[in-house]
Design a protein around this ligand. Structure first.
Ligand code: ZN
Length: 220
């Protein structure tokens, strides 16, 4: 799907996929990840201690954000069609974004830190930027989404980055993007309090509302 004249398109990239864990050969295959590096095609993602998987969280969240953006007249392209497939590889996900004609790409994840007390969200962006889109537009998108999440009552990470923002040079999806892009780590699935929020429909709706507000704020 390409942007219609005057229309706005956003790519949502729900991290991981439901079939990844049962297809190790496919997802462990090395693919280009930017900055001259190779990385596995995709990973299984994390889970709460009770077994709620990150791929299910990111899929549910993406659908909630998609539906809210659509209600605001924004076209949404997803990098995967369901939560039962394998991959796509990080370079394929980036290509879907780059070919979409979208204003920006938002990749959705949750973290799995086993450090006691580690909690909170952070928004990652490519640094140092590899093209103009990864520069000011991406850092502005990161700040706008961060601010909307704080306004939504969500707390910034106490273990990664600073004030909810994390510059990264090692994330393939960010490195390979020719569009403004951020990756949102919504919370720590291994933290008991955040696990209950991430595992509940009401909790996910709160994340969806905040992220949607951030995207709409970026689109202006
Ligand atoms: Zn993830």
């Amino acid at each position: 799907m390409r942007a219609v004249p005057g229309g706005k398109v956003i790519v949502l990239d729900p991290g991981h996929n439901g079939g990844n864990a049962s297809h190790p050969a496919e997802i462990n295959k090395l693919v280009p990840a930017g900055r001259g590096r190779m990385k596995p095609c995709n990973t299984t993602g994390t889970a709460t201690n009770a077994g709620y998987p990150e791929h299910a969280f990111t899929w549910d969240l993406a659908i909630r954000v998609r539906d809210e953006l659509t209600a605001h007249g924004v076209q949404v392209v997803l990098t995967r069609p369901n939560d039962t497939g394998v991959g796509p590889c990080v370079d394929q996900r980036a290509a879907i974004g780059n070919n979409s004609g979208a204003a920006a790409v938002v990749s959705l994840h949750a973290d799995g830190s086993t450090t006691a007390g580690a909690h909170g969200f952070h928004v990652a962006y490519s640094s140092p930027p590899l093209n103009a889109a990864q520069g000011e537009p991406s850092t502005r998108l990161a700040r706008t989404v961060r601010d909307a999440m704080v306004a939504g009552g969500l707390v910034t990470s106490n273990y990664i980055g600073s004030q909810g923002l994390s510059p990264r040079d090692d994330l393939g999806g960010l490195n390979l993007s020719t569009l403004p892009i951020v990756l949102v780590e919504c919370g720590n699935m291994r933290d008991a309090n955040e696990a209950s929020a991430l595992s509940s429909a009401a909790g996910r709706q709160r994340y969806a509302d905040a992220i949607t507000n951030g995207i709409l704020g970026y689109l202006g």
